[in-house]
Write a protein that binds this ligand. Structure first.
Ligand code: HEM
Length: 307
């Protein structure tokens, strides 16, 4: 087999542009190690990340499923980042990305039974005591997915959404995000430990991220697409599907799981993150909707009630 002239020319050209000698790089190839599956996927590193806090076997199910979720969250954010940074946005590009993001959330939602039906209730209620005061509430990637999906106003606690000044500084808006309700006593303003440490670690990063995405989120970018694209039925269907999957189907799967483990014999146990979860987690209470104009007034009113 001989070297293809076109490839050789391209290689020479590539390294010339970098001010490098192509022969040195070709000599390097003589000694380079062939890649293996385990080196590429980094299976050794990946499979060393499952460290239990107890000896209960089902804790492993809980721990690994969370890790799988975080990987999928990363896949979602990977696509969102490309949408946000695309300079000459086209309908086809946007549609492809929405479909990918939507598919990842379908996986997250349909697999949630791994949590609800996949652990022994007794074991769960033992190992969870070792996890207090940590909570999935502290998943930074989940929060980023929300910031990257919609405008900040749609993530404001619905009790303040009508009255908050839309031009309020991010710092102020942040204090009124819907999820503050899980960790803040609104009468005294006191924040729980779970929320306090979460903010200590991520607040600055969240504010930077939210500032950028407030104008680069999926909803704002969709609204800038040409009218005929915005009226495309398939695209609208995909957008509504994503909104419904994240904000109703996933939330309900999660809520039903919490009920399964934490609501035994009519007695509600306190969640590890300490929220008033029965009220807080329900979609009809949160009314979190990423793409509000794609729903009728009735649908908005009924959000989370007919399920
Ligand atoms: C047995 C399984 C699970 C139970 C019982 C459960 C329970 C809860 C509860 C009660 C909350 C409210 C906050 C608190 O007080 O802690 C919460 C929040 C949260 N959990 Fe889970 N969870 C489970 C699995 C998961 C999984 C697999 C994920 C995926 C990463 C996850 C992600 C989240 C997120 C993102 C929040 C915040 C949601 C929001 O603010 O609306 N949870 N969870």
């Amino acid at each position: 087999m001989s070297l293809d002239k076109n490839t050789t020319d391209q290689l020479i050209d590539k390294y010339q542009k970098l001010g490098q000698n192509v022969n040195t790089h070709l000599d390097g190839l003589l000694h380079s190690k062939p890649i293996d599956y385990w080196d590429y996927i980094q299976t050794d590193a990946l499979l060393n990340l499952q460290v239990q806090r107890t000896t209960l076997p089902d804790e492993m199910v809980f721990l690994m499923y969370h890790q799988v979720n975080e990987l999928l969250f990363k896949m979602v954010l990977w696509e969102m980042d490309q949408v946000a940074k695309k300079e000459d946005m086209t309908a086809a590009f946007f549609e492809t990305k929405i479909m990918r993001i939507s598919r990842y959330f379908d996986v997250l939602t349909s697999s949630f039974t791994v949590m609800k039906d996949g652990m022994d209730v007794e074991q769960y209620n033992k190992f969870r005591n070792t996890l207090t005061p940590a909570s999935g509430f502290q998943s930074a990637q989940y929060r980023k997915i929300e910031f990257a999906s919609t405008e900040l106003i749609n993530l404001i606690d619905k009790r303040f959404r009508e009255t908050i000044d839309r031009n309020t500084p991010f710092e102020h808006a942040f204090e009124h995000l819907y999820w503050q309700a899980a960790g803040k006593d609104y009468k005294t303003g006191k924040k729980s430990y779970t929320l306090t440490v979460f903010e200590e670690k991520y607040k600055d990063e969240f504010i930077r991220f939210a500032e950028f995405y407030n104008t680069h989120n999926l909803w704002t970018i969709f609204k800038k697409l040409p009218q005929e694209v915005r009226e495309d039925e398939d695209l609208i269907k995909a957008m509504r599907h994503y909104d419904y999957t994240v904000n109703i189907t996933w939330v309900m799967a999660h809520y039903n799981t919490a009920n399964h483990y934490l609501n035994i014999g009519g007695k509600t146990a306190e969640a590890t993150g300490g929220s008033e979860w029965v009220k807080y987690m329900h979609p009809k209470y949160q009314k979190r909707i990423f793409f509000p104009d794609l729903w009728s007034t009735q649908e908005l009113e009924d959000w989370g009630t007919n399920i």
